[in-house]
Design a protein around this ligand. Structure first.
Ligand SMILES: *Cc1c(COP(=O)(O)O)cnc(C)c1O
Length: 330
């Protein structure tokens, strides 16, 4: 059996102890306007305020902190469209390791610059014609680096799950438990970890993954019972342009996730505008996936207490301005 068959909440508790000295305690924010719009009580876990600008720093820290001395001496390699790359580069820098990052050449400029700024060595590839996993594996073999993939790894999944653990712990101390937890979905590292934490802390909490309409492979996988592969989806949610769930993440998602929903790019833009104008939050398109579902009215959450993961906030100012402006004209 795969390692993920033994993946459990205990891994998330251990991960949390391990990474706590290094991560930010991200805020849980509420908004009266959001509650009115959704007719629910929404609790936004703002991982846009996490170190390196997204939850990915949690998984990266949890993985690198378990390296042996020999692995640490040789360094880490990964492939990523951005936030995982920054997280690995930042964590490696903090722990005094070399980091090699395989990144698409059309990755957002802010993510490339940030990765370089953290001391990451970048190797570019073409996301439409080349296989990033093969490139990563080859580098690992040639240079003795340890490959830490962006989502399909139990240490990464456990680290990401600590965001839901924190959210549920902070919300539950004030009042009743959450009825729903809504989580952005790419390859499922975040969703598998968060669902495991949610079901352990509150078995009645419904967990819903949210992915871009253009790339609904996760929804099709959950409904069909086997991992569906798709072409790189065309969506502004660049952190969720994954082609398939992972062999580690999928069984955990099958076990703990109640459903997977989709939202359109237009809904993501509306949500970015909402966060900026109403809550003074800068959230990247992928970071808006779960919130877009909550605000869309497509899910019946009337009168419910709903946890919403805002997964990241890394976006070029110019791109942010353009996305918002393009829909302002009417
Ligand atoms: C990576 C990422 C996701 C998707 O996470 P997975 O673990 O691949 O499902 C969602 N939002 C942001 C901001 C990300 O960087």
């Amino acid at each position: 059996m795969t390692v993920s068959s033994t993946f459990s909440y205990a891994d998330i508790v251990l991960a949390h102890q391990r990474i706590l000295p290094y991560i930010q305690a991200t805020p849980v924010l509420t908004s009266n306007t959001a509650n009115q719009l959704s007719q629910a009580e929404l609790f936004f876990k703002c991982e846009s305020f996490q170190t390196s600008g997204a939850f990915k720093f949690r998984g990266a820290c949890n993985a690198l902190l378990q390296f042996t001395l020999e692995q640490k001496a040789r360094g880490v390699v990964t492939f990523s469209s951005g936030n995982h790359a920054q997280a690995i580069a930042k964590a490696a820098q903090q722990f005094g390791m070399r980091a090699v990052i395989v990144m698409p050449k059309d990755a957002p400029a802010i993510k490339v610059a940030a990765t370089r700024g953290y001391g990451g060595e970048i190797i570019f590839y073409d996301r439409y014609t080349e296989d990033r996993e093969a490139i990563g594996r080859q580098l690992a073999q040639e240079q003795g680096l340890t490959l830490i993939p962006p989502y399909d790894h139990p240490h990464v999944m456990a680290g990401q799950g600590t965001s839901a653990k924190e959210l549920i712990e902070s919300v539950s101390s004030s009042a009743a438990a959450l009825d729903y937890l809504l989580v952005p979905l790419g390859g499922g590292g975040l969703l598998s970890g968060c669902a495991t934490a949610a079901k352990a802390l509150n078995p009645l909490c419904k967990v819903i993954g949210v992915e871009p309409e253009a790339g609904n492979d996760g929804q099709r996988s959950l409904r069909s019972g086997s991992i569906v592969h798709i072409d790189t989806p065309n969506t502004i949610a660049d952190g969720a342009q994954t082609q398939h769930l992972g062999t580690h993440t999928f069984p955990v998602i099958q076990q703990h996730v109640d459903d997977i929903a989709t939202v359109s790019d237009a809904q993501l833009i509306d949500t970015m505008k909402f966060f900026a104008s109403r809550m003074k939050l800068m959230v990247e398109p992928t970071g808006c996936l779960a919130a877009a579902l909550a605000l869309s009215g497509a899910l019946d959450i009337k009168g419910k207490r709903v946890g919403v993961i805002i997964s990241g906030g890394n976006i070029d100012l110019s791109r942010f301005a353009k996305l918002i402006q393009d829909t302002e004209i009417n």
